[in-house]
Write a protein that binds this ligand. Structure first.
Ligand SMILES: Cc1cc2nc3c(=O)[nH]c(=O)nc-3n(C[C@H](O)[C@H](O)[C@H](O)COP(=O)(O)O)c2cc1C
Length: 173
């Protein structure tokens, strides 16, 4: 799904840079609530520094993750937990906008069964984290039943064309 979305994005926003981060490759240290970010505008770990820089400059944030045990796969959940530094920056260090640039967000997901419970929960997790990332969920594309029905990639291609076309439609190119 991520690859199809990126292809559609390039077609509609030629030249716009795309930065891809793999939660599995980064394998971020989990937040341990050490308290460092309550006193310093920083994390004790530096494995998310590149992601932090990208979050500050991005116009669009796309999250692509399958449903694992009704939630995000563990390496991605670690990244969400590490957004705690922005929570502390906002509420303890009193910087009202830790990530100043507003961005549109898209959530792409797939799940094996036909229950939407995982997606509902993940959407709530994103709602909390997006406030800290200054992101607004503009679209959610979910492919259900992947245990039994192959995804309709042609339909996804069409949906992503429309989505990529509409994202940032009101913004100057
Ligand atoms: C560890 C694990 C946990 C899963 N948990 C769920 C689940 O709670 N609900 C569900 O509908 N599917 C679940 N699935 C099925 C996946 O969501 C589904 O196979 C999805 O298409 C996997 O995408 P991927 O191939 O990108 O990992 C799980 C799969 C794995 C490997």
């Amino acid at each position: 799904m991520a690859e199809l979305f990126i292809q559609a994005w390039h077609r509609h926003h030629p030249g716009a840079p795309v930065h891809v981060f793999s939660a599995y490759e980064i394998n971020a240290q989990p937040c341990s609530h050490c308290g460092h970010c309550k006193t310093e505008n920083a994390c004790i770990y530096h494995d998310l520094d590149a992601l932090d820089a990208a979050l500050r400059s991005a116009d669009v944030l796309v999250i692509a993750a399958p449903v694992y045990v009704l939630g995000f796969p563990a390496p991605f959940k670690s990244i969400l937990d590490r957004m705690q530094r922005y929570f502390e920056e906002k509420f303890t260090l009193k910087n009202p906008a830790p990530i100043p640039k507003r961005k549109e967000a898209v959530f792409l997901t797939a799940y094996g069964a036909d229950s939407e419970d995982g997606v509902t929960f993940m959407r709530e997790q994103l709602r909390i984290s997006f406030r800290l990332m200054n992101a607004r969920l503009a679209a959610l594309v979910a492919v259900p039943n992947t245990d039994t029905i192959p995804p309709d990639f042609e339909r996804l291609r069409r949906d992503f064309e429309e989505l990529a076309h509409n994202l940032l439609a009101g913004e100057p190119k």
